[in-house]
Design a protein around this ligand. Sequence first.
Ligand SMILES: [Zn+2]
Length: 470
Amino acid sequence: MNKKKILFLVCLLGFILLLIFALLLFKKDFKIELEGNSNISINVNDKFEPKLKKACYGNIFTCSNVKYDVKGKVDNTKLGTYKIKYQVKYKNKTKSINQTIKVVDKKSPSLTVSNENELTICPNGKIKNYEYKALDNLDGDITDKVEIKVEYDKLVFEVKDSANNITKKTYDYKKEDKENPTINLNGNSDIYILVGENFSDEGVTTSDNCDEDLKDKVRVNGSVNSNSPGKYTINYEVTDEAGNVAKVSRNVTVYNKNVDVTPSEKTIYLTFDDGPGPHTARLLDVLKKYDVKATFFVTNQYPAYESMITRAANEGHSIAIHTYTHNYSYIYASVDNYFADLNNMQDKIKRLTGKETRLVRFPGGSSNTVSRKYTPGIMTTLANELEVRGYKYFDWNVSSGDAGETTSTAQVIKNVTSNLRSSYSNVLQHDVKSFSVDAVESIIQYGLTNGYHFAPLDVTSPGAHQRINN
Ligand SMILES: [Zn+2]
C-alpha cells in the first residue's frame, strides 16, 4: 500500500469518527429509569411511592433533569394490579413509561398457642380444647380457621389466610386426661312428692372432654320409697376412661300432708315476714357469709325490692307466701278475698323464681283475733282450705318481738337466743325492720357455737302451729 492510500484511509476514519461524534453531540433524547422493574410486587400495607430513578433530557455527555407527571394510583391496602404511567416533559417534547405494581399478600398469619409447653391430648388420641389465637394482616382474626391435628408424635396447629399463606406450629404432647366429666341432673335437685305419688327419676346428663358416651358409666345409688314419708337422697356418679369422677345428687322428700317431720338435729328455722324491703339485701349478705339458709314469707308491700325474692331463691332460701297486700280488712273480709290475695303473691313468686311455693304464713298468724272483726270463724275455714289446696301454713314458736314492744337489736338477740327450743325453733322476725336485721348475725353466731343447725322450711317441716282462735 502506498502512502497516499494510507493517508486517505486515515482521513476517512477521522471523518467518520467526527461524524459519529457530531451525531452524538446533537442527538438529544429523554433518559428515563424506573425505580425497580416495570413489573413489581409489593406486600399489602407496604409503603409504595411512585417515582422515577432518573428523568432527564440531553445527549450522552450531559443530561439535565426534567419534571414528570405520575398518572394512576396504588391502593396498598387492597390486593390487586395497578398501573402507573410516568410522563416526562421537556419543552414541547414528551415521553412516557409504564410500571405495573401488584399488591400481594405474602405475609403469614400469626398464631399463638397458650401453655404451649404443656399440651396434652386424650389417651384415646382425641384432641382437646386448647387456647389459641390467629391474627392476619389482611383477614384480621382468623382463629376459627385454625386446624389442629396429630401428626405422628407431634401436635400440629395450622392456619391459612385467604391468600393461602400458611403458619404451622408443631408441639410435643403428652397423652393425659385429668379433667373431670360433667354431670347434670335432669329435673330438679329437690323434689317433693306426696305419699303414694309416683316418683320417676329423670336421671342425669353427662359429657366428657375425651370420651364420647358415658351413659353406661353412670352409677346410681339410693332409691325412693314413695309409700314411706321421709327424705331420700339419690347419688349419681360417673367415671371417665381415665378414672376422673364427677358426682351429683338429688333430694327427694316423700311427705304426708298432715304429718310434720321433726328434724333429727336441733334446728333453727329463721323466718322473715313482710319483705322484701330496703334491708333485705343486707340480710342476704349476712346469711351468705355464714352459709345459713332461711325462709322469706314475702309480700308486695315494697315492689321496688322484688328482685330480692329472686336473689333469695337463687341463694337457696325458701320463698313462702305471707300476703300480697298485708291489708287485714281486705284479706279477712272473705275466703275469696284471702285466696285472691294469696294467688296474686303466688303469681309474683312464680314470675320471679320460676317456681310455685306451697308454704304460707297468715298475717297475724293463725291464732290472730283481729280477723274476727271482719269475718267470724274465717281462720278455721282458711286453715282447712289451705290444706285442701295443697298448701302448708306455718306459725312460729320463738318470737323476736320485733313487731311489738321490742325496738332494739340487743333486745331482739336476747328474745331469740333465750327462747330457743331443744328440738326445733321457728323464729319470727321481720326483714323490713332494720334493727331486727341487725340482730341476725349475732343470732347465727350464737346458734352455730351452741350446736344448732339452720335450715329453710319445706313442706315436711313442723308447722309450729298455734291455737286457732277464730
Ligand atoms: Zn306480717
